[in-house]
Design a protein around this ligand. Sequence first.
Ligand SMILES: Nc1nc2c(ncn2[C@@H]2O[C@H](COP(=O)(O)OP(=O)(O)OP(=O)(O)O)[C@@H](O)[C@H]2O)c(=O)[nH]1
Ligand SMILES: [Mg+2]
Length: 207
Amino acid sequence: MAARSKKVLLKVIILGDTGVGKTSLMGQFVSHKFSNQYKATIGADFLTKEIQIDDRLVTMQIWDTAGQERFQSLGVAFYRGADCCVLVYDVTQPNSFRSLDSWRDEFLIQAGPRDPENFPFVVIGNKIDLENRAVPTRKAQSWCTDKSNVPYYETSAKDGLNVEKAFEAVARNALAREREVDQTQDFPAPIKIPDNDQPPPSKGCPC
Ligand SMILES: Nc1nc2c(ncn2[C@@H]2O[C@H](COP(=O)(O)OP(=O)(O)OP(=O)(O)O)[C@@H](O)[C@H]2O)c(=O)[nH]1
Ligand SMILES: [Mg+2]
């Protein structure tokens, strides 16, 4: 029998301080390319990549955003409909780790998901190829555990280390969540059983 194949489109948004490597991660994942030169992202831009997750062909539409404040002008409409949000920090920059809270809050305010506590986030600690690491893994891991067990990955966009794994987790996480939403929607409408304490329906139908 032919394998069941369903096409899915996932909208993924990458957020994090300027210079943490958001554009580099996307470039490494989508085109296996990396440049040491820094070019600030202005506004937002997306790339797509198709990946196979079990029996499903998943098109990831990955939105790279600007970390520099003066280039941030994304409205609510941009965040709405996101299936997963990737929060990136640089393991050599403690400030970028401390910013994760505000990036998460900002996303939840703007996107307004129905169930904010369980919205699928993935956290990436990038630049692990560098020697001057300043944020310990357990600190980042503990932040993620506190936030309803957000998956945590450490990557190097430069070497490509763990990049594929992290984005696969993004897709899996979003798909798992989609299934949950589907299930609640498939539930039949509850049948109302009249409460015995309620007064009987009024007699004398006007019709
Ligand atoms: N060594 C090392 N350098 C990296 C890595 N990822 C990114 N960089 C470098 O860090 C700098 C910033 O990377 P970007 O990907 O442009 O950062 P960004 O988060 O997109 O920055 P904004 O667009 O301003 O928000 C660039 O010079 C990259 O070459 C990494 O994993 N290792
Ligand atoms: Mg960028």
